[in-house]
Design a protein around this ligand. Structure first.
Ligand code: LFR
Length: 499
């Protein structure tokens, strides 16, 4: 028997999807199961315009509408929908509720040098103490301060700021909310006090009236407007605030054993390595190791390290494609398998790998500068990236153990990046412990979990999480011989220290 049907939109930096989740009762097993079906997938292509990089937000809205229409055309009758996206980005509305310009992409260069400037102006300790976040150039605070400094007329005209998932939900429902997990990616929210940091906003020329009090995941807050229902020929399905930050939805879907500490990596364009805590861990040690405290669903906090992730490989692939050397990710990885191990290593989080375009040259320059073999072939380059990511995960896992005083018996890996089996295997070897993978669609599943909570089908996060374990089998990667890795781990540490 079917208990509930929901629709999840999960938007990543390079593509978005609409998925149907059906909660069914498995009488034989005496438990509930979740069935997930992807019904729509679309590219998310940023647009460069007048020296800025933007999201094509109305195109994305259009794709969400297509997803809603498709759901009904295919015979599903979702009761609710929820939207999750990447963090930090936002749109501004004027007093009439209209969008002021196209939202900036977090890789827009307007934030170049802003982190350093704010550290100077406010003080690094103070910023961390209040915001609890890793110092990432794209944090909302940096974007807004850059706009404020540039005397942005849009900022001056704005009445409301809506973070991306809330903006898209507003277009569909007419309701303005600020979902809590997204609020905590701004560095303008104080995790310990659970308050917007209004004094800091005022100091930076960011109008505090733009910010709405946060709504927690698992809340129904509106329904499709009449206009949208008419356009699409669908009933007014209700909107749920989910873990609107994709990383938080993914964390909710990590099939961990209840009551025991666990570590995970959410693998996509970014890799977020983290662990679930009851409270933010804002300490000088966490600051010096540069870890984030982001609000999760169900009253949790997630201690996270933001790692550059598969971005570097995605950008190299884009260049190979443009050169006419079109290879799939599995072909690229097959080349990497063949390449000699540990020839060149990079710190994936070196600032030089952050911006789009010219990635292969930048990677080669890094290797040359650090006196290493300069990778040329697809296999050599991909091997270097994948091994370096595994080494970075190992380093961050160790730091997280140091910070929390926990030891982790293995590492969960979830998200689209786990389709790269070489990465999972090498990670197991790098950490010398098992890696458990799955689910691939973690963000969409976590998104659905909070819809089931809103519908009263699951009591809480823990109950919704047990659904994941019952519905999606994990795979396990055992570590290879550790002595192969010992020297590489040392080399990597030296590289991070010296470069
Ligand atoms: C992952 C993610 C990260 C965030 C980055 C930029 O998709 O949401 O958590 O740091 O994108 O928003």
């Amino acid at each position: 028997t079917k208990l509930a049907t929901v629709l999840a939109f999960d938007l990543g930096a390079s593509s978005g999807r609409a998925l149907i989740g059906e909660l069914v009762r498995d009488e034989a097993a005496g438990s509930n199961k979740l069935q997930v079906t992807e019904i729509h997938r679309f590219p998310n292509q940023p647009v460069a315009l007048n020296g800025h990089l933007h999201w094509d937000i109305l195109r994305l809205l259009q794709e969400l509408k297509i997803g809603i229409r498709k759901a009904f055309q295919l015979g599903y009758e979702p009761q609710t929908f929820g939207i999750d996206t990447w963090g930090v980005d936002f749109g501004l509305l004027d007093a009439n509720g209209e969008l002021l310009g196209n939202p900036y992409h977090y890789r827009d260069s307007q934030t170049d040098g802003i982190v350093e400037e704010l550290n100077e102006l406010i003080g690094k300790e103070r910023l961390y103490e209040q915001g609890g976040l890793q110092f990432m150039p794209f944090n909302t605070i940096n974007q807004l301060y850059a706009m404020s400094k540039a005397g942005s007329p849009k900022l001056a005209a704005a009445s409301t700021l809506l973070l991306t998932p809330d903006l898209l939900a507003y277009f569909l429902t007419g309701e303005k909310i600020c979902e809590f997990t997204m609020a905590t990616t701004t560095q303008l929210f104080q995790p310990k006090e659970q308050l917007w940091n209004k004094p800091l906003m005022e100091k930076l020329g960011i109008p505090s009236k733009l910010f709405i009090e946060p709504t927690h995941a698992g809340t129904i807050f509106g329904q499709l407007t009449d206009e949208v229902c008419e356009e699409l020929g669908v009933p007014p399905i209700r909107a749920v605030a989910v873990g609107s930050h994709d990383t938080e939805s993914a964390a909710a879907a990590v099939p961990a054993v209840a009551g025991r500490p666990f570590a995970y990596v959410v693998c996509g364009t970014w890799s977020l390595l983290g662990t679930e805590l009851g409270n933010p861990l804002v300490t000088p040690e966490a600051q010096s190791l540069d870890f984030s405290n982001e609000g999760g669903v169900g009253g949790t906090y997630q201690l996270l390290k933001n790692i550059m992730g598969l971005w570097i490989l995605q950008e190299c692939k884009r260049e190979w494609d443009e050169q006419g050397n079109e290879l799939s990710f599995s072909e690229i990885t097959a080349h990497a398998e063949q390449a000699e191990p540990f020839r060149s290593l990079i710190n994936p989080d070196d600032a030089s790998f952050y911006a789009p375009a010219g990635m292969i040259k930048r990677l080669q320059a890094y290797c040359k500068e650090t006196g290493q073999f300069v990778p040329q072939s697809v296999g050599e380059i991909a091997r270097c990236i994948i091994e370096s990511l595994a080494l970075r995960y190992n380093q961050a896992l160790g730091q997280m153990e140091e910070l929390t005083g926990q030891s982790f018996s293995g590492l969960h890996m979830v998200g689209g990046g786990i389709q790269n089996e070489l990465l999972c295997r090498l990670t197991a070897s790098a950490i010398g412990r098992p890696v458990w993978t799955g689910p691939v669609e973690a963000s969409a599943i976590g998104n659905m979990q909070m819809q089931f909570v809103a519908l009263g089908q699951c009591k809480n996060l823990a109950e919704s999480r047990s659904l994941v374990e019952a519905s999606f089998p994990m795979e396990q990667y055992a570590p290879g011989p550790t002595h192969d890795w010992a020297a590489a781990i040392e080399r990597f540490e030296r590289l991070c220290r010296e470069k």
